[in-house]
Design a protein. Sequence first.
Length: 117
Amino acid sequence: MQPYPGPGGKWQISTQGGTEPAWNSNGRELFYRSGDKMMAVDIATQPSFTAGKPRVLFEGRYVPSPATALNYDVSPDGQRFLMLKPSEQEASAPTQINVVLNWFEELKRRAPAGKKP
């Protein structure tokens, strides 16, 4: 971690590497992934920068993020996470594709505009 736009020092937050960092909305906690573990570190900036010891929040197999974006989100209170789990089935090509024609016409017929249930 380092201040942006600087100047300032650099601090290593993780002890065993990490990816996909995200701040708690309170600005005092940093979340990141380390393999199958979701980690959290307490951060203080006043009177000077300090980072607490990383701790494991939970562990599980979740879909990794692409290189440019997070694949999870944190609730505003920092207590809940939304993550993607891999499918229970082995990843394979679809064996069937359903194509629905004129679906909008069917929708208009079943739920005409202006009518309330």
